[in-house]
Design a protein around this ligand. Sequence first.
Ligand SMILES: [Zn+2]
Length: 190
Amino acid sequence: MIYSAAMGTPSDSTERQRNLWAPWRMEYIDSLARPQEGCFLCRYRDEPQNDKKNLVLWRGANTFAVMNLFPYTGGHCLVAPYAHVGNLTDLDAATMTEIMEFLRDLQTVLERAICPDGFNVGMNIGRCAGAGLPGHIHMHVVPRWSGDTNFMPILGDVHVIPDFLETIHEKIHQAGRELALPKFSAAGRR
Ligand SMILES: [Zn+2]
């Protein structure tokens, strides 16, 4: 268990210790300073043949789910509409419903796959609010573990991440098969 070695990390009450420390996100943060290379969600949408490489989990009628390549914690996933739109007001009712269904089923599958103690679910709207991709709205599902703000520094070596993500990707698929999720409602899947 990758986390266990750090469970004994002394905790203190400094601000740094209370916040998740995810240094691999520096690659992502650095990328924000570069000229934009297009929308990765649109690219993933348009290349289903690369779903495994892109860590795409599920495709619905209007929505898809993908693992975050720059996670805050293991199993950090995104749910996005196929449409490249930046606001909730741009989404129709069917898409809104499907996003919520995917969030519900992702939480269930993640509980089976990696046993988190809780979740943060939400969205960042606008770059000032932390949205790395303000043009294409997406919901974050971030699994949390009791004490993870203290033991996350063990994941500081970015080189562990690719294998780690592939392992979790497979675990999520396995859990989905066992639970027969996601439930694709009336709209079906694309
Ligand atoms: Zn897009």
